[in-house]
Design a protein around this ligand. Structure first.
Ligand code: ADP
Ligand code: ZN
Length: 769
């Protein structure tokens, strides 16, 4: 086994299969955080089977354990040292296209992890296990001219089976033979043994044979033809049409307020791509993957494969094979759909491009938007990034001309954006000491809306009953056993729960610290809000939507359907209720506390707050009834809240960019976050210091040659103890991604983490906890 650093030419110039007779060597990567491939000799018997993009089993490491790896290169050039022989080839067909190999190679470089780790994460389990397929055994009669002479003696059953096989004149599955010829497998096997029949093996897809059914495909279609575009849509379409007609890499940022007709433009672009005989990929946040969305694509776009994340393993495998075989014209799915093995990709659309669910929070810690842009570059195709509240990264890219900006500033059909009013909680409150989630103004507005038969949505982005369990006698706040986080009380389940690690315990009645106080359940969660609403509006149907009430698959959709039918008057919930939903009868939307996410230790807190408010503020008034939005806040003058109230993304973005520039944050600086964690606090802290020290030395050297990278930290992470691990972190920032990577690549391999200490590198981090 020889290590080789991975060079891109390994896969671009090597022969595609190993069919010649010269000595051949394969380059294999494993699911390990290693930045190199391993060379193996390809034994003669595997020559015809091995190809780039297939998986293999190979002896690996000192113990020569059989380990699964991916073949990423084949060459005739002998490696420097003696090499081991490959064991087996696992796939019948390559499971990765050349472009996916290039894309994953780039990801390994960019996100600083092993190529094998990326490949392993990208290929769904259903494909690796070949789920939804089986090996079929087929029988075929040997042509008479090739049969042994003289003909061996046959029993009557054998003779009948042979006659049957010959009359069919093609290979037939063994289990069908036994049914047709009404015999057991014995006589058929005898025919093979006597040289009169041949046995073949073939892998068959159970979805194709009808043995398995894909029940995800029973969604109705909505057949609306293309609409007549309005003037703003026409302007944007002129550019888009050009891009999809001409082909070639081109990133386009489609900034359009909610209901401005963005989806209509996606559909047109996709129709054009299908006309060209190519495929389109649409990435959406999981939560937007509703039957309505799917129906809209199905109605206009031919064969649409939908890659839900809750697909079963076998279904996932089936979809992957269908896509690889070119049987899907449009692929719609969340984050991981960016890796769909399309062969003739012509367009990528990424809707709600600002959504943080596009970033994966485990290795490889990729951002699907950035991977999608890279994929579009590799495939040489246009990509549309759409949003009503673009991420500042994308907005900035549009400002400096990296992305072409298309704007839809108004709703279609001159529908107004809803009127948003701020309620200042410092002044607008009920007299007396008792806490109320609803201010008098919001409560009044709710009564009015209900009198006029309108429906109401209330947003509170905190689930559970209370946010902390508190002892008024000694001040104790009940903490998670494993994290530096207070436990949330869930009254319905009667538990105190850690929202980070899932640790739960019965809620204490007396204070566990002083034993004296009766604990109080402080802070407002959706459960407590529901209780207040139910007591104030006893005659209305109130329902709650959060991850506690929506645990069963399909419950989300069922509740939304009931709400749409008017069976629910007040729907309250977390940000789940804020996404892409269109309810014509909602005349009032209330935000219970706009400040929930504003004061987090995260430089994106203002951006997140603006996005969430803009989303909810886009909900009502899509129908003819009009509607309004009331936002309760203690910080009405904060620019993220003030700008959201007047639907002014551009002003928000302008102010926020000034802050980012002043504080050296993205998008002006590229950022890497290094997190060191382990159970032994001293060891973890020591390693963090040592690693940061090594970076400081490298940065000093770099500075003398003009390079610009800043180091912040190391410090305790905002949540110091998480899931029983102590965590230190530090950040590297640079205006140039290349310099940042250069430093990381130079320093990280030189400092080894002691046993029990782990290092995680997060490039372009979103989560700062
Ligand atoms: P967005 O994706 O920006 O939220 P959509 O494309 O979903 O907007 O459009 C909002 C609604 O307006 C949809 O019901 C859509 O069918 C309709 N619509 C879009 N474009 C037009 C148009 N040019 N004329 C009339 N209705 C339109
Ligand atoms: Zn915890």
């Amino acid at each position: 086994m020889t290590e080789r650093s991975i060079q891109p030419e390994l896969y671009s110039e090597a022969p595609a299969t190993a069919a010649s007779t010269a000595d051949l060597f394969a380059e294999i990567v494993f699911d390990r955080p290693l930045d190199h491939s391993y060379s193996y000799a390809v034994p003669g018997r595997l020559r015809g089977q091995l190809a780039i993009g297939k998986r293999v089993a190979a002896p690996f490491g000192r113990g020569n354990r059989t380990t699964v790896g991916f073949c990423v290169g084949i060459s005739a050039a002998p490696p420097a040292r003696n090499v081991k022989d490959l064991g087996r080839v696992l796939d019948d067909e390559p499971i990765l296209t050349p472009n996916l190999l290039r894309l994953t190679r780039w990801m390994a470089d960019y996100y600083l992890c092993g190529w094998g780790q990326v490949l392993n994460a990208v290929v769904p389990a259903g494909v690796k296990r070949q789920a939804g397929t089986r090996t079929a055994v087929l029988l075929d009669a040997v042509p008479e001219s090739l049969c042994p002479n003289p003909l061996p003696k046959l029993t009557p059953k054998q003779a009948a089976a042979l006659a049957g096989l010959r009359s069919i004149g093609a290979a037939l599955e063994l289990r069908q033979c036994t049914r047709r010829f009404q015999c057991g497998p014995g006589p058929l096997e005898q025919l093979v043994a006597k040289g009169l029949a041949r046995r073949l093996e073939k892998r068959v897809d159970k979805f194709e044979t009808g043995e398995m059914e894909d029940d995800t495909d029973d969604i109705e279609q909505e057949t609306t033809g293309p609409l007549t575009l309005n003037a703003e849509q026409l302007n944007a379409w002129a550019v888009l049409e050009n891009a999809v007609r001409a082909g070639g890499f081109q990133p386009l940022l489609l900034y359009g307020v909610t209901g401005s007709g963005k989806t209509e433009l996606y559909l047109r672009a996709i129709e054009e791509i299908i006309r060209q005989g190519k495929e389109a990929m649409v990435l959406v946040p999981e939560i937007s993957l509703t039957p309505q969305t799917i129906a809209r694509f199905r109605g206009r776009c031919g064969s649409v494969a939908v890659l839900h994340s809750h697909l079963q393993t076998a279904q996932r495998g089936g979809h992957w094979r269908r896509i690889a075989a070119g049987q899907a014209q449009v692929i719609v799915g969340p984050r991981s759909a960016v890796f769909a093995p399309t062969r003739r990709l012509g367009l990528i659309v990424i809707d709600e491009e600002h959504e943080s669910s596009f970033k994966q929070d485990m290795t490889p810690r990729y951002h699907a938007r950035d991977v999608a842009v890279m994929r579009a570059r590799l495939e040489g195709i246009p990509i549309i990034l759409g949003s009503a509240t673009p991420s500042l990264e994308s907005w900035y890219n549009a400002q400096r001309g990296q992305y072409k900006l298309l704007t839809l500033p108004h709703r279609v059909l001159d529908r107004p954006l809803p009127n948003v009013a701020l309620i200042d909680l410092r002044h607008d409150r009920h007299p007396g000491g008792r806490f109320h989630a609803l201010s008098p103004s919001l409560e009044r507005a709710m009564r009015q809306a209900l009198e006029r038969n309108g429906q109401i949505m209330l947003l509170l982005n905190r689930r559970g009953f209370s946010t902390h369990v508190f002892c008024p006698a000694c001040g104790h706040v009940e903490q998670c056993k494993f994290c530096d986080l207070s436990l949330t009380f869930h009254r319905e389940r009667d538990i105190a729960l850690c929202h980070y690690c899932g640790y739960e315990q019965p809620p204490p009645e007396r204070c566990p610290q002083c034993g004296l106080g009766q604990v109080r359940f402080q802070g407002l969660g959706t459960e407590k809000l529901q209780a207040e609403i139910e007591s104030k509006f006893p005659r209305q149907v109130v329902q709650r939507m959060d991850s506690d009430t929506m645990r069963k698959p399909g419950s989300h959709q069922r509740l939304l359907d009931a709400f749409r039918r008017g069976e629910v008057h007040i729907l309250l919930g977390t940000q789940m209720i804020a996404k892409g939903l269109d309810f014509p009868n909602v005349t009032l939307v209330g935000v219970i506390n706009a400040d929930v996410g504003l004061h987090r230790a995260d430089f994106r807190a203002a951006e997140r707050t603006f996005q969430l408010l803009a989303q909810v503020a886009g909900r009502p008034g899509r129908g003819s009834l009009g509607g309004r939005v009331l936002v309760q806040t203690y910080s009405p003058e904060h620019y993220s809240i003030a700008c959201a109230a007047v639907h002014d993304f551009q002003r928000f973005a302008g102010t926020e960019l000034e802050h980012r520039l002043a504080h050296h944050y993205p998008p002006y600086q590229r950022m890497a976050r290094l997190i060191v964690r382990g159970k032994d606090q001293d060891k973890v802290g020591e390693f963090a210091d040592r690693l940061a020290g090594a970076f400081r030395v490298a940065l000093d050297k770099l500075r003398s040659s003009g390079g610009e990278v800043r180091l912040l930290g190391p410090a305790e992470a905002p949540v110091f103890r998480l899931k029983g691990h102590y965590r230190f972190h530090f950040q590297l920032q640079s205006p140039h991604s290349g310099t940042l990577h250069q430093v990381l690549r130079a320093v990280v391999p030189t400092v080894r983490a002691p046993k029990g200490v782990e290092l995680a590198i997060d490039i372009d981090p979103l989560d700062m906890v």
